[in-house]
Ligand binder design. Structure first.
Ligand code: ADP
Ligand code: ASP
Ligand code: MG
Length: 818
């Protein structure tokens, strides 16, 4: 004997019922005896509940809703039974609807809907679907019989979720099946009390019906036919990468389904387990797929855990007080009070200090639970032993489940570390002593991100993913995309890292595509599918998407973007940028970004703020973290000014060098923007802050290179004329230096907490003396690098090196993913 059960979607339409019939026919051809259980057509149970509630509230529109339900059944009859044999089935269906209408009329008269009446109303769902399918089978010449489970499955009078009396039930099932040899089509979900009052087995209870029958009949297996490829590593509606678990133990399946994997109704596992009957979860819409086998022990464990599930909505009750410490019996009284009021507790966590106990429950019981506890502990509250009973809502529970946890250490470390890295706060946690389950309570808004991130590390750990949101595709942004494009394959294959461009924005259009924008054709996709650019909308959408391992890459020079950095870091999204605006604003702004990133466990990286791709900021941070102290920083931090002074020498006019620099594209359109030293000022300010000097921008002392007439010239052309007129001024400075055997260099210095920028002369012993081209150079004198400073030198500007610095920052986040 084998028991098959078909769920709501499987019996929800003409097409799906055709598949069901084919599955049954195949089984019958094999000659093995089978019994089959049907759920109500998909969505019907929910509709019946709604209809019942409408009737009870006096809303007569329920009759319209009822018509729609009736029509669904009629449509199936019309679609699957030959016309000449339809009338008796129509009559049967109509008869059931007449009965239901009478009941609903009664409900609307007395304006009351008890749990008992609701069970009766819900029972029509299974009675209707099973009746119709039995008739379809009969019309195909199959010897099928309708079996109303209320005749054989008996429960107590706990309406909504009857407790099965197995002694009576098992006996009745055996007797019934001994007497009736035709194919039994059994209504799922419903049962009755000994007195014949209709009850139900709890939502999703048709699975249970199948398991009860199978256990009583000593069946060889149970097949639960549903609408997904078996039990999966996570709910496929929430985790797109979830995949089928081929083999799972009863205990694991129980734990997973108990924590929300609603693919199997948890009580169904008990009878199967007791009789050691294999339970298979199969897909009606993918008939040949092997699905999941639930057995005593699972074979071939590939991963440290078996699956992840979640309960979307829970409330956490916290009871705390200094008077609870060491007092025996508090938790006993607490849970007795709850259970005697039929409030079930999903998770419990108590700190070893015994100062507080917290537990989670269904939010609809939260208020009642708090009242019950206030009553139970009234004396303790009055005496001040218990300070407070608080309730927190909008929370979810995630449970990772698997017997493999017992053997492999580090599972919980991995769980908490991935949550931490995604900035997800764990409100409470519990691990069963069976080591089958670790549960964490988190904010509901983080649920999807957490599930995906956890799934990523446990099941797809070979390949990690970073979700990039890139804003600004000017020279640096587009070079970065080009670099990403060239590296994608290498990173995927050699580093097992997937760079997913989940959002892109240029000045005109933006596109958010969580599935990824290919760097090969980003221009076309953004043009074709993008919408008008709006930075606030981009940021908001990014936060709403709440993708794990998200990185915002700001390649703009936007001046108002700082406020978004805060929002992003706060939403646990890392920020990488060459844009100096944020770090060179006020010191408090700078500090608060650092703090937010730290608190949220995400990264704020800006190596390219100073010296493009040169490892300047990383080096400072490394030295600071390892306890070195900075005594002095000297630096040439402008490629333009470096070029100008490296090429200005005997026999060269200063104005000509500046002109040449401009012609080569090394300067801003107005070279005075470089020569003013403002940009260098921002860079030394950032370096100062990095070494712990809390400077504000006005405190950076910049000595002007240019004489007043050059500075004040009204146009760029006029500026160049004035520069030529002032030639002797520069020539004199140059020759003075020359006489001393020195060279002119525009140097930013940080010493004794003061930042200055000046045109200085350096002799041949100075590391800046030999600088050439447009290179940047910094020299760090620290306690450890005291006698000879640490010098970093190289190209400090240009799209290629800047983009590659941004890329390196992104890569450093990926290595942190672990
Ligand atoms: P049926 O009507 O066939 O009984 P259910 O809706 O009760 O089907 O259960 C199947 C659904 O369970 C799937 O469509 C899926 O969305 C959901 N589900 C939740 N968690 C899991 C999981 N871990 N594996 C498979 N399905 C899951
Ligand atoms: N029809 C019932 C429900 O929706 C039982 C089931 O489908 O298993 O809860
Ligand atoms: Mg179900």
């Amino acid at each position: 004997m084998k028991v098959l059960k078909f769920g709501g979607t499987s019996v929800g339409s003409v097409d799906s019922i055709k598949t069901v019939i084919r599955i049954l026919e195949k089984n019958l051809e094999k000659g093995e005896r089978i019994a089959v259980v049907f759920s109500a057509m998909g969505g019907v149970t929910n509709r019946l509940i709604e209809i019942g509630k409408m009737a009870a509230s006096g809303n007569t529109e329920y009759t319209e809703f009822l018509k729609v339900v009736e029509e669904r059944h009629f449509a199936v009859v019309r679609g699957l039974i030959p016309v000449k044999s339809q009338s008796s089935t129509f009559a049967g269906v109509r008869g059931l609807f007449n009965e239901l209408e009478d009941i609903l009329r009664g409900v609307s008269w007395i304006r009351e809907l008890s749990e008992r009446t609701l069970d009766l109303i819900m029972s029509f769902g299974e009675r209707l679907s099973t009746l119709v399918i039995t008739e379809i089978l009969k019309s195909k010449g199959i010897a099928a019989e309708f079996c109303d489970a209320r005749q054989i499955i008996h429960t107590n009078a706990t309406y909504g979720m009857g407790d099965v009396n197995f002694e009576i039930t098992n006996r009745q099932i055996l007797e019934y099946f001994a007497k009736n040899s035709a194919l039994q089509c059994v209504t799922g979900f419903i049962a009755s009390t000994a007195e014949g009052i209709t009850t139900t087995l709890g939502r999703g209870g048709s699975d249970y019906t199948a398991s009860i029958l199978a256990a009583a009949l000593d069946a060889s297996s149970i097949e639960i036919w549903t609408d997904v490829d078996g039990m999966m590593t996570a709910d496929p509606r929430k985790v797109a990468n979830a995949f089928t678990i081929p083999s799972i133990s009863y205990a694991e399946a129980m734990e997973l389904s108990h924590f929300g994997a609603k693919v199997i109704y948890p009580p169904s596992l008990q009878p199967a387990f007791a009789k050691n009957i294999t339970l298979k979860v199969l897909n009606t819409f993918n008939v040949d797929f092997k699905g999941t086998y639930v057995q005593k022990s699972a074979n071939g464990k590939e991963y440290a855990i078996t699956g992840i599930s979640s309960i979307d909505e829970i409330a956490l009750v916290n009871i705390q007080g200094s008077g609870m410490i060491g007092v025996a019996g508090i938790s006993g009284r607490l849970f007795t009070a709850l259970s005697s009021n039929a409030i079930s507790v999903i998770l419990i966590s108590q700190a070893s200090s015994e100062h507080s106990i917290c537990f989670s429950i269904d939010p609809k019981n939260a208020q009642r639970a708090s009242e019950i506890l206030e009553r139970e502990f009234a004396t303790e509250i009055n005496l001040g032993y218990i300070d407070s009973i608080s309730i927190e809502k909008n929370l979810s529970i995630i449970a990772i489940v698997g017997e493999g946890m017992r053997k492999s250490s580090g599972v919980s470390g991995k769980l908490f570390s991935v949550l931490g890295k995604n900035g997800i706060n764990v409100v409470a946690t519990a691990q069963g002593s069976s080591e089958l389950n670790i549960s964490v309570v988190i904010a509901k808004s983080d649920l999807s991100k957490a599930l995906n991130a956890i799934h990523g590390v446990f099941f797809q750990s070979e390949t990690r993913s970073l979700n990039l949101f890139i804003v600004g595709v000017g020279l640096i942004g587009s070079t970065l995309l080009e670099q990403i494009r060239n590296q994608t394959e290498f990173l995927r294959e050699e580093k097992l890292l997937n760079l997913n461009i989940a959002g892109l924005s240029n000045t005109k259009k933006m596109l958010l595509a969580p599935d990824g924008i290919k760097p090969e054709n980003w221009r076309n996709r953004v043009m074709d599918e993008g919408v008008k650019t709006s930075l606030p909308a981009f940021v908001q959408r990014m936060i709403e998407l709440n993708l794990p391992n998200s990185v915002f890459v700001d390649c703009t020079s936007d001046k108002d973007i700082v406020q978004y950095y805060h929002m992003l870091l706060d939403a646990s999204i890392s920020v990488v940028t060459p844009n100096k605006v944020a770090n060179s604003g006020t010191y408090s702004e700078y500090l608060s970004l650092q703090r937010t990133a730290l608190q949220r466990g995400v990264k704020f990286l800006y190596e390219t703020n100073v010296g493009a791709g040169l490892p300047i900021i990383n080096t400072i941070q490394g030295l600071m973290a390892s306890g070195d102290k900075f005594l002095k920083i000297e630096a040439i931090l402008s490629g333009t000014l470096s070029y100008i002074f490296n090429n200005f020498g005997p026999g060269v006019r200063f104005a000509d060098v500046v002109k040449e620099a401009k012609a080569k594209g090394f300067t801003e359109p107005d070279p005075r923007d470089d020569l003013s030293g403002a940009d260098v000022g921002r860079k030394i300010l950032i370096l100062a802050r990095e070494v712990g000097v809390p400077l504000e921008s006005e405190e950076v002392k910049i000595s002007q290179i240019l004489p007043g007439n050059c500075l004040n010239a009204p146009t760029v052309d006029a500026f160049f004329r004035e520069l030529e007129i002032s030639d002797s001024y520069f020539a004199e400075m140059q020759s003075k230096a020359e006489l001393k055997g020195e060279k002119l260099r525009y140097i930013a210095t940080l010493e004794n907490g003061k930042a200055t920028i000046e045109l200085k002369t350096v002799d041949a012993s100075h590391p800046f003396y030999t600088l050439s081209g447009s290179d940047n150079i910094v020299s760090f004198t620290t306690e450890r690098y005291k006698d000879r400073p640490l010098v970093i030198k190289g190209p400090g500007a240009g799209a290629e090196v800047t983009a590659s610095g941004v890329f390196a920052d992104i890569m450093s986040i990926s290595s942190y993913l672990g």
